[in-house]
Each structure stands twice: as structure tokens, then as C-alpha cells.
Design a protein around this ligand. Structure first.
Ligand SMILES: *Cc1c(COP(=O)(O)O)cnc(C)c1O
Length: 230
């Protein structure tokens, strides 16, 4: 087995274990292979090993690789997104995880409305209140959800977070819990068209804890493809 296939198998087993220990159904957790900075050939390798969902962070790099990858992968855009680049994602991404402001959602709505089509999005929450990180604040979330819900070409499917980095994954657990509680709160508002079935959280160092706390999409890069050098 090549290293990428072995890594994916190992991660899937660890996800399954985390599901077992927390009593969650395995089919509610999907692995996104974060392929930023990695070449298209490695994406094809992961696809051959059974991996279907891939996450990209940079619009230009994504466009280049998307042209090179011939396998029918499901692309997720997970990186910081400038409104003027949204048009390049149209028709090629399955879900945008990083919607954190109304102006960005409006531009997505405008671009997807040209066909017309609807795109699934997640609202990104800056759960650790970090200056350096994107995301709306927990306090802004309800109003943002209500505003974005009114855009006909954008469908809110859940929340995403990028919590503060900690060496010990147990230290990240409270942030994952907080994101789940925010999703429960938003779900309880019954905003028309808004569902909270997806929680995009957990990375190489902490995806098992994220699964235990309710993640439905885990975004794993390094543990699949190795360290990134740029
Ligand atoms: C890079 C990245 C990941 C993957 O991080 P790893 O630690 O390499 O698993 C997940 N989510 C986002 C938003 C990222 O930018």
C-alpha cells in the first residue's frame, strides 16, 4: 500500500473508533482530504485509495489543480475567500465552508444566480475570538444566518470553525463543543431554509476529539499528505 492510501486507511479507522466511543453513527462523518500546496498527482493517488472529498484553500491553485485532476472528486472550498474571486469557484465547488460575512454571501448569491443554481455553504465562526482568524463572532452569528438565509442561491447547511492551535487536542474540545452548541441554537430558531446538519471541524491533530463532539466533516491535510512546505 502506498503511504497516502495507508494514511487514509489509518484515519478512517481512527474516525470509526471515535464514532464508537461517542456512540455516533459512522455514516455521519465524512473525511475531507485537505490538498492545499500538494500536486494534482497526489490527489489522484488519494482518489485511487477511495478518497472522494477534497478541500482547497487558494482560488488560483484550486483552479489550476481542478483542471489537472481528471477523477470526479467532490471539491470543498475551505480557505479565506475574497469576494472578487468568488466567480472562479462557480460551477466547480460542492460546498464553501468559509462564509463569514454578508458581503461575501451576497457575491456568492450573485454568481450562482447567473445560471440559476444553489450552492451549499457553511458559516465560519471565529470560535476562539482570535484576531488573526477569519469568521464571524459567536455574537454575530444569528444575525448573519438570518441575513444569508434570505439569499435564494445560497443554502446554509451548518457551521465551520478553525479553533486556536493547541498541542493537546483535549484543550480544543471546549471550542468544538461550543460550535455544536451554537449550531443547536441556530437550528432552534427555525430560520426558513437554514439547516444545521453539518459541522466542519477537526484537523490532523484533533479530528478524533472533533468527531466525539459532533463533527460531520473533518478536514485533514498533514496526516494524509505529509508536512507542507511552501
Ligand atoms: C490546512 C487546513 C486544514 C488541514 O490542516 P492539517 O493540520 O494539515 O490537517 C484544515 N482546515 C483548514 C481551514 C485549513 O486551512
Amino acid at each position: 500500500m502506498n503511504p497516502i492510501a495507508a494514511n487514509i486507511k489509518d484515519i478512517q479507522e481512527r474516525i470509526a473508533n471515535a464514532c464508537r466511543t461517542s456512540g455516533r453513527p459512522l455514516d455521519k462523518v465524512r473525511l475531507i482530504a485537505v490538498s492545499k500546496v500538494k500536486p494534482a498527482a497526489l490527489i489522484e493517488e488519494a482518489y485511487a485509495a477511495g478518497q472522494r472529498l477534497f478541500g482547497e484553500n487558494y482560488v488560483q491553485e484550486f483552479r489550476d489543480k481542478q483542471e489537472q485532476v481528471t477523477a470526479p472528486v467532490e471539491w470543498h472550498f475551505i480557505g479565506a475567500l475574497q469576494s472578487n474571486k468568488v466567480k472562479y469557484l462557480k460551477d466547480s465547488v460542492h460546498m464553501i465552508h468559509s462564509v463569514d460575512r454578508l458581503s461575501l454571501a451576497q457575491e456568492i448569491n450573485r454568481q450562482w444566480g447567473k445560471t440559476p443554481a444553489v450552492v451549499d455553504i457553511l458559516l465560519q465562526v471565529n470560535i476562539g475570538d482570535e484576531e488573526s482568524k477569519a469568521g464571524c463572532t459567536p455574537e454575530q452569528l444569528e444575525e448573519l444566518a438570518r441575513q444569508v438565509a434570505q439569499l435564494p442561491h445560497v443554502k446554509i447547511r451548518g457551521l465551520m470553525c478553525l479553533p486556536p492551535y493547541c498541542d493537546d487536542p483535549e484543550e480544543v474540545r471546549p471550542y468544538f463543543k461550543q460550535l455544536r452548541q451554537l449550531a443547536e441554537k441556530i437550528a432552534g430558531l427555525d430560520i426558513p431554509g437554514v439547516t444545521m446538519e453539518e459541522l466542519s471541524m477537526g484537523m490532523s491533530g484533533d479530528f478524533e476529539v472533533a468527531v466525539e463532539e459532533g463533527a460531520t466533516l473533518v478536514r485533514v491535510g498533514t496526516a494524509i499528505f505529509g508536512e507542507r512546505r511552501k
